[in-house]
Design a binder for this molecule. Sequence first.
Ligand SMILES: CC(O)(O)NCCCCN
Ligand SMILES: [Zn+2]
Length: 678
Amino acid sequence: MASGTALIYDEEMTTHKLLWSDPICDIEVPERLSSSYEQLRSYHLVERCVHVPAREGSEEEILLVHSLEHLEVAKSTQTMNEEELKRVSENYDAFFFHPSTYRCARLAVGATLQLVDAVMSGKVRNGMALVRPPGHHSQRNAANGFCLFNNVAIAAEYAKLKYGLQRILIVDWDVHHGQGTQYIFEEDPSVLYFSWHRYEHQEFWPSLKESDYDAVGLGKGKGFNINLPWNKVGMGNSDYLAAFFHVLLPTAFEFDPELVIVSSGYDSGIGDPEGQMNATPEVFAHLTHFLMQLANGKLCVILEGGYHLKSLGESVCMTVKTLLGDPVPQVSGEMAPCLSAVESIQNVRAAHKPYWKWLAYEDTSFLQNLSTKSHFLKTANSNPSTEHESKITNNNDTVKVDRFLELHMKNILFPVPPIKTATTGCEGSEHFLSEHVQLVKEMDKTEVEALVSGFYADLVKDNKTLLSLGSMFVILDKILKKEVCNGIATSPTAALSAAVALRHSVRLGFQRVLCVFVGDMQMIPNTEDGKMLIINICEKEQSGKTSCKHYFSLNWKEDAEGNDFFSAVLGFILPVAYSYQPNLTVIAVGPNRNLGISGISLLVALIQGLAESRIFAVIEDTEISLMQNVAKLLVGASTPAFGIYVPPTQEKVNRIKALRDQFQQEWKMLQCSGDIFI
Ligand SMILES: CC(O)(O)NCCCCN
Ligand SMILES: [Zn+2]
């Protein structure tokens, strides 16, 4: 299992700069790179990364994507004077040449390819390349939007050629549409390109019709180009997370990429003059965490845009911290996507219904009765939550943004806990014991009995249960004190242990405890006070207990062939969990679980983004291999193998949709279709 995070940075890429006045291009300054690198150093993140040197991309590598003519024009600029440079630059939309531009652009390509090699060779698990000039607007025969060579597109072609890859996912979270990348891979089904971008109904640059949600790819490439246009500014954390839950992640898991490359622009972050969005730096930790679960963790993050230096730097640090495996910080803000975002999400899902199995049963009837659509737009616009109030008057007030970010980031960059996982030394745990794992001593019986007293005392009969409860209390205590990030224990009766753990956690002061229980839960605590939210994934409805705001019984029978649990995790569990914003997550697996190990692994891997990655797992002691899998995930020693992807049956899709329709007003992250306002 590869480990380690590469960081690629070469100061020489700061020599490219604007020599004349140009209000469009003057935001793409060398300090974007140097201040991001300084920010990484100030958070002691540089020293934790594996340093990989940049190199010049060769002409042959550049010709994987660009025409010879384009290469020759770029090369010829090295010896030009300012007048000539200005003239050549005017041939392009929003690009400027400097005598060192060609050299810097080749370093940007080379740095990107160095990162691909480091990841594909297993020298590191993932990594980030801080490069400029950026790449995603540049096209076969043209520079565009500050981009000369398309670093990420060249990387994808290079990886296909050198490593024989057949499925590469490019995620472009820059706030501008990477039309260059779209054109390059439009007919190529081996490269899935996803981009969200400020669009405002084609008002915003580059103002292309083909940036809208109905540009799905051409010929064999149909379905492999996904555009999610933002038709309003001020999009925030909840909109971005909803886009991942309801569009990108279900598609990405079905596509099952062998490598993930991010066109990582941070102009989609708060304070950026271009994006005018509201998303705060920690959201990039969540987005990165989700993508780390794909392609066995092989993730290459390549810098694109980002023009507010403080916002850019903080977002870069959040990204690298997550790549290193640090706990994911709590995401801030109201977890409710705005109407415009939900409408865009609904449109993209409808446009891609013909191409993806997970969308086979998507309800697109809203397309027919468009009058209703315009109707709900009218009514909806009267609805307060259709617009996010901006945290900052306007993003152009840089000092105000700096001040906001100073305060905002204070309580987010918590120190990394010394120990990642505490365990009771469950059977077979010796093989993954490393400096990340801490064995906890058993608690003595009288103490345990005192803690269990009252509600469950009579249930605790044998010694074994007492001892397992004892170590559970010790683990929960360590998690609360942030001595460890997470913990795992086995139990002869996981149902009892989970119930005791929930009560104990609330008593310890965790005010919102999320419990995901796999198997029959037997005893269900009272969730009236909202201090717990229970999702019970069981084979049959628990006797008489119907779902309500804080208790869900999700009937799911594992599919024999493979793992069909993606739609439940992505379409229901994560949206509810993110809406609830727990400060502790308890994962419990009882007897006769109805989910495969890969389904449970998917759940554990993705849910680590919540509660600052504070998870307590309690597993029936008969489930040795499951325990080992979950323990390795909690330690961060592996990314889950999700087994064979199986699309959800219509019956299962309908079950999720019914729960969503019933609870999307309570838990707004469930919203993914605009009919919420009719
Ligand atoms: C890399 C990038 O997407 O941030 N470039 C934006 C160019 C904007 C031109 N008006
Ligand atoms: Zn951009």
